[in-house]
Design a protein around this ligand. Structure first.
Ligand code: DAH
Length: 343
């Protein structure tokens, strides 16, 4: 029987060597070790052998079968390699040719500043909160103490999607959403996109970015607001920078103020950019109106808060000395490329 098996293995070896495709190999496999193969027939005779002979013969058959399997396996590897070489030749790829240099992309300056703002406030103990770009009138106006006849609710100012649904005009919406969901102490910022029905020019864009801040805790005073903003301005623009507050009105803060920073261009001496005032406007701020807190179920005897909203676009053009908002939205590659080094 052993001679017979040797013949089978030799014949299989011959066939396998000659096979030119995986498909051919599969047929050869069926022929030599498949269900109807000679080897399998021999296996079936094992039952009629004596118990002493059975393991010996079984082992011999198995070795023959294993040999054929190994030969098949090696040929598959060989065929695959041949196929690969042929594909390479056919596609005429010259692997020794130097590749094309792939240029690095760059982060958009707004993204760079957005992330920097987040880092600064996180280092001051703030959490990042998120709101929605599509909002309802309650969160964008009513809950922020804005009367029904306030001009900012006008179609000429606000993009309405339908009656009560609009594109938020300010990130102050996140103040409300945060106070609805969390109890004081609250200490969050929320950077995000806002929308207003403005014609694009050097200082306006229908879509722009704000970062909102809200702190609610016991004994929060105007001084906390000032310290927080001063620290932020110095970390963002450098230690020499100053900020100041000008009295103003916002429906949801009392008292309210507008925030200026010393002119990044002239350092406060006065130039064309700051219209000789030495100051540039950066956003609004104030102590949260107890009316707003109260309606959200916050105990105004115990808690007070401050809030501010800054323009991220504004901070970006001041930080990088960019002449106007348009460049931020035109996606001119020559402009964007200049920020590669900052990533
Ligand atoms: N939401 C205001 C705006 O878009 C900016 C603002 C003012 C935000 C005062 C505040 C704030 O949080 O306290 O003009």
């Amino acid at each position: 029987m052993e001679t017979k098996l040797n013949h089978v293995v030799l014949a299989a070896e011959n066939d396998i060597k000659g096979a030119q495709s995986i498909h051919e190999l599969m047929n050869i496999k069926a022929k030599y070790i498949g269900k109807k193969s000679e080897i399998m027939d021999l296996m079936k005779t094992l039952g009629s052998l004596s118990p002493e002979e059975r393991p010996k013969v079984g082992k011999t058959i198995n070795i023959a079968k294993q040999n054929i399997e190994n030969l098949l396996e090696n040929r598959i590897v060989k065929l695959k390699e041949m196929e690969y070489q042929k594909t390479l030749q056919d596609s005429k790829v010259d692997l020794s040719m130097p590749g094309y240099a792939i240029g690095y992309g760059s982060l958009h300056p707004l993204t760079i500043v957005w992330r920097e703002i987040e880092d600064i406030f996180i280092s001051m103990g703030f959490d990042i909160a998120e709101g929605y770009d599509i909002e309802d009138e309650f969160h964008n106006f009513d809950a922020l103490n804005t009367p029904k006849d306030h001009p900012s609710r006008n179609l000429a100012d606000t993009f309405y999607i339908k009656d009560d649904v609009l594109l938020r005009t300010q990130t102050s919406t996140v103040q409300i959403r945060t106070m609805e969901n969390y109890k004081p102490p609250i200490k969050i910022i929320s950077p995000g996109r806002c929308y207003r029905n403005d014609r694009p020019d050097a200082s306006h864009s229908p879509a722009f970015h704000q970062v909102e801040a809200l702190v609610v805790d016991e004994n929060i005073t105007f001084q906390d607001l000032r310290d927080t903003l001063n620290t932020f301005v110095k970390k963002m623009f450098g230690n020499h920078m100053k900020s100041r507050f000008r009295p103003h009105f916002f429906p949801f803060t009392e008292p309210s103020a507008e925030i200026d920073i010393s002119c990044v261009n002239c350092g406060g001496k006065g130039c064309a950019i700051c219209k000789n005032s030495g100051w540039l406007e950066m956003g609004g701020a104030g102590l949260v109106d107890p009316n707003v807190l109260g309606k959200l179920g916050i105990d105004t005897e115990k808690y007070s808060g401050f809030a501010f909203g800054l323009g991220i676009d504004r901070i970006t053009i001041l930080k990088y000395n960019i002449p106007g908002l348009r460049l931020l939205y035109e996606n001119d590659i020559r402009f964007l490329k200049q920020f590669t080094m900052n990533n």
